[in-house]
Design a protein around this ligand. Structure first.
Ligand code: PGA
Ligand code: ZN
Length: 430
């Protein structure tokens, strides 16, 4: 079945910034859409998101050049290709762009096409995307990481740490993870309101808290978990995204809130101490993206008892993941489609992670859309974990809700492992 046309629109993401929607249409008139997300705390090794840079329009953020690449140069290369040949199509776009970071045509343009074609293929087959993506081999529902407090670049640095999240460890089903999250999320709101510390919501829908020390947030989160009767570390674990690349400059890590500065090994020790002192089950980007030595120090000390996820550290890039596996810098990889720019490369990054016995965590961006592609990707690849931001705002809830629909479609073949995933990856939570 041949692709007959590509079209594109400039739409807006959850922060109100321009992004791309691509529409791929095939011979029988069926079309698929691809809506492209956008990050704020981006890694330097990510594929390039092409923005126009004309300050007089949308503060330089419009994507009309990327849109034009879709409609002309990419369309010329893609129209006439087989909608089912995702790999061939993605490789053709990579060759056409010909830069390592997709900087000529834009990773946003290329990804929009890649996702739209994947969606079109599923529709032509008449099956859901999760089934179409990997031939129906995906049946594992994810354990969610859900944000309660947001900080870092998503809350103008009001607290240094970017994400304070929870994972429902004792849940025995996907629905139960959502119920437990609901309970903790609303209890955290009550705690914050009572203390007069609520200042709105951050970019991913978590509470935007006014705290004086990063450790105060742990205390508030523990209060919320206990308020609804859960045992911290047993029923509900804390998961952090430090996004440490944003805290690192000129050889030092800085916690601005507390005006403390750390050398690499000191910051690694702080991360290790936090894991030893709080019921933390997962840390993402505890060290800056290229601080390979710092990563090794953290992995060596706590890699057997805590999930260590590389986000900016790996940028969903096969070469970086392979180096991380060889040097043992982490034990999990955050997977973001637009960090690498095609569906095929994303699937390869997940495979490589799984082959190493590490854990892939499929993730949204802080700038999201109403599209729920990643919910399908997580199930299709049996990734086991999904990170979407908080438990509010429709661009977040669309993903959590989509997993409920996928579960219904899968019926009795749906599986849920929850926190058992960690033991399988050699991580024994204390
Ligand atoms: P970003 O944040 O989309 O702004 O990069 C998400 C994350 O760091 O995981
Ligand atoms: Zn991150």
């Amino acid at each position: 079945m041949k692709i007959t046309s590509l079209d594109a629109l400039q739409i807006f993401d959850s922060r109100g910034n321009p992004t791309l929607e691509v529409i791929a249409t095939v011979e029988n008139g069926i079309s698929g859409h691809g809506l492209v997300p956008s990050g704020a705390s981006t890694g330097h090794h990510e594929a390039l998101e092409l923005r126009d840079g004309d300050r007089s329009r949308f503060r330089g953020k419009s994507v009309l050049n990327a849109l034009s690449h879709v409609k002309h140069e990419i369309a010329d290369a893609v129209v006439g290709r087989d909608v089912f040949d995702q790999t061939g199509l993605d490789e053709a776009m990579i060759r056409l762009d010909s830069t390592p970071g997709k900087s000529r045509l834009g990773a946003n343009a290329i990804l929009g096409v890649s996702m739209s074609v994947a969606n079109a293929a599923a529709k032509v087959r008449g099956i859901p995307l999760h089934e179409s993506l990997t031939g129906g081999t995906g049946t594992l529902l994810p354990l969610p990481e859900i944000q309660i407090f947001g900080g870092g670049k998503h809350a103008q640095g009001r607290i240094d740490i970017q994400d304070f999240m929870i994972m429902a460890l004792s849940a025995s089903s996907y629905e139960e993870t959502l119920e437990m999250t609901f309970n903790v999320f609303h209890a955290a709101g009550d705690v914050m309101r009572k203390r007069g510390l609520l200042a709105g919501v951050a970019d991913e829908g978590g509470y935007w808290p006014v705290f004086d020390r990063n450790e105060d947030v742990f205390e508030a989160l523990l209060a919320a978990i206990e308020l609804v009767g859960y045992a911290p570390g047993k029923d509900v674990g804390i998961s952090l995204d430090i996004a440490a690349t944003d805290l690192y400059e000129g050889g030092f890590y800085t916690l601005g809130l507390e005006q403390r500065r750390f050398r690499s090994h000191e910051f690694a020790e702080l991360m290790i101490n936090w894991v030893q002192n709080y019921p933390i089950v997962s840390i993402e980007d505890p060290m800056a993206e290229d601080d390979w030595e710092g990563w090794k120090q953290v992995r060596g000390a706590i890699g057997s008892r805590c999930q260590l996820i590389g986000d900016d550290h790996f940028t969903t890039n096969l070469q970086r993941i392979e180096r991380g596996v060889a040097e043992q810098t982490a034990n999990a990889v955050l997977i973001k489609l637009n960090q690498i720019g095609t569906v095929t490369e994303t699937l390869r990054a997940i495979e490589c992670t799984q082959r190493a016995g590490w854990l892939p965590v499929v993730s949204a961006r802080s700038g999201e859309t109403e599209d729920a592609f990643i919910s399908h990707l997580a199930v299709a690849t049996n990734a086991g974990q999904l990170k979407v931001g908080s438990f509010s705002r429709s661009e977040r809830m669309a993903k959590w809700n989509e997993v409920l629909r996928i579960q219904r479609q899968l019926g009795s073949s749906a599986r849920f492992k929850g926190a058992k995933l960690f033991a399988e990856a050699g991580i024994s939570l204390p």
